[in-house]
Design a protein around this ligand. Structure first.
Ligand code: NAD
Length: 293
């Protein structure tokens, strides 16, 4: 199927608005955002933002491999997105990440795009289960860092190897607005890990630019996903973010698609080392005074 015939990529879809657009406009969009045939790895791809990223890229013709440690979610994803390949992976295990990337490169002889997206949350705020002061829990601290920081490091390292060899590629890290400033609703470990990956992205972008490998970060604000095991629409979260986000609500995972497609496609060919918020304007406001301690 030609990219211009698919529904979720910018050139695709029918609908009244699209019908009135010239065929040339569709062709231009299809070319600018062309990801057809690209080999794309998405960690944490069985749920939430990763699943939305995998879906839009598959819809636009990329060959997508989702890697996740949760086998039940992988099986669910297989039902809703059968064209996508699946792999069980714990990103905290560097040998497993290397082995997966090697197997992808063995089969396809390249890796074009890697989304280092897998992440976990712990605690409801800095003073909660993953606090730093009275409640400090070293095991929990290490658990969050092992996935949200080390897991990203392992993924960036593994993806960079074939991309350097092939002289090109795009690595996209899912950071967070919580990595750009303080956040009363997440743990110390979470903000520290996310701040770490933001600067990892800048450093890696500088390092890998000579091989035309681009490295960028997405910084989501509050989205309706399974993060923290709360289920997608926890009522108090909806109420909180209705006032703390200028657009007045949480994001739906599908609202990550545009930026994901941009960063995976030739449309971003001169973009590297940057962090792009998708946050309904959250960063425009001071953080709410939440339940600290
Ligand atoms: N939802 C939000 O509000 C929000 C905000 C900012 C940043 N983020 C970030 O977005 C990313 C995606 O999270 P989400 O919101 O879609 O949550 P989610 O829980 O819906 O999806 C995360 C996926 O990552 C997988 N995962 C967790 N640990 C893993 C590991 N060690 N190895 C492999 N897979 C692992 C989970 O099984 C899950 O399928 C995370 O990095 C998260 O920190 C989310």
């Amino acid at each position: 199927m030609a990219a211009s015939q698919r529904c979720a990529c910018p050139a695709g879809g029918a609908g009244g608005q699209r019908a009135s657009r010239s065929a040339d406009a569709g062709a231009v969009l299809a070319r600018v955002f062309d990801v057809a045939g690209r080999i794309v790895l998405v960690t944490g791809g069985a749920s939430g933002l990763g699943l939305a990223i995998a879906r839009v890229l598959a819809e636009c013709g990329a060959r997508v491999i989702i890697a996740d440690r949760d086998e039940t979610r992988l099986a669910d994803a297989a039902r809703s997105l059968p064209e996508v390949e699946r792999a069980v992976l714990d990103v905290a295990d560097p040998a497993a990440v290397d082995a997966l990337v090697d197997s992808v490169v063995d089969r396809y002889e390249r890796l074009d795009v890697a989304f280092a997206n897998a992440g976990i949350a712990a605690g409801r705020g800095p003073g909660d289960a993953a606090g730093l002061l009275d409640t400090f829990d070293l095991a929990l601290w290490q658990q969050v860092l092992s996935v949200n920081l080390n897991g990203v490091v392992h993924t960036v390292r593994a993806a960079a190897r074939p991309m350097k060899f092939q002289r090109g590629g795009s690595i996209v890290v899912t950071a967070s607005t919580a990595g750009l400033r303080q956040d009363p609703y997440v743990s110390y470990s979470y903000v520290v890990a996310k701040a770490g990956v933001v600067n990892l992205v800048r450093q890696a972008a500088l390092d890998l630019a000579r091989w035309q490998v681009r490295v960028n970060a997405i910084a989501p604000g509050p989205f309706r996903t399974n993060l923290g095991g709360d289920g997608p629409r926890r009522p108090e979260a909806e109420a909180r973010w209705a006032t703390a986000v200028p657009l007045g609500r949480m994001g739906d995972p599908a609202e990550i698609r545009g930026l994901a497609l941009l960063l995976a496609s030739p449309a971003s060919s001169f973009m590297t080392g940057a962090v792009y918020p998708v946050d309904g304007g959250q960063l425009l406001q001071s953080p709410p005074l939440g339940p600290i301690g």
